[in-house]
Design a binder for this molecule. Sequence first.
Ligand SMILES: [Zn+2]
Length: 351
Amino acid sequence: MILINKQPILSSLGPTLLSTGGSNITLPPEIVAYIWAFLTLKDLVKFGCTSRSNYRLVRRALRNTVHRLIAPFTPTAGVDPFLAMLKSERAVISGSMALFPLMFCNFSGTISNEVCWSPRDMDIYEPKTERGGSGVLKYLLEIEGYEEHNIRERSLREQYDGRQGIRQVKNLKRDGIHVDIVTSASSSAISPIFYFHSTQVFNWISPEGLFSAYPKLTCIRRGLLNPMAFDRNHFVPALPGGDVRQSLRKYYFRGFDIRRNPSCWADDKHACTFSAECPIVSRNVVDGGCMFVPFFKDFTGYFEEGSTIWPYDSPYILFWYLGGPLCDGRRRVCESYVSLRADAEDERFTL
Ligand SMILES: [Zn+2]
């Protein structure tokens, strides 16, 4: 067995073809696994743009990584029926499990980077449930044999100071494995994600693919604090609560540099009020600053004019505005929001 960093390379990888324009190079799997383990998904999407076969390779590696993460949580019925259930419930997976494939996407589970972690819990986000109750909860209790365990509210405390955007959280447990089901206060499962403490966790895994709202920052291990997570009074910005601070420390130890504003980084050159990384810019989930890598459909990763692919199944487009203090240090604070609108030009707020 081939080992890299004391971790086995799956033999199923096989010799890998790397297509380089006119010619193909065949590399041994251990070399490819080693190189890929240093690359983020953003790098791999760029590599995937070089040829159709490379693109398929990236997509397959992403599917493989996501399946490997979900498998321990679905030992009875498996990953595919679980993803089919998420699709029918319009639910997504977020938290550490959605961040992991952005940083460590490969075929084999090999991690060459020194700063590595493994997600231990799964956080599922579902839309506001109607009278029939939560289909996600029903599936995990009846098919996968989980039990409700209402003492622990880890993810809620870690992600927020308040319950913004959330109707309820259910904690499930099975053989020491924890799953949290977070029910949104709106018809959109993804809206609570935009109240998270910082931008490196603005990601989700849907049954169709992986979405990241700040791929450029996240893939260089940078994050912006979200004023919505802790500023109770916009004119007297409060410190984050203890649980949010603990969570920020967790990401610090995972190698993330999290600041209030891009201008806090010495090498910052962001175009203020224009760049997707500027907090004083209204963003939406289909703008060019987002990245979506589908598991099956052909798509290059970034939204452009006329893109027909959607990162989340909803009649509404989610908009958000981090707001907070201005980037140039002036003592003005812009009010944050998260809203759902029927189309990208719609100015009405519906949330
Ligand atoms: Zn700015």
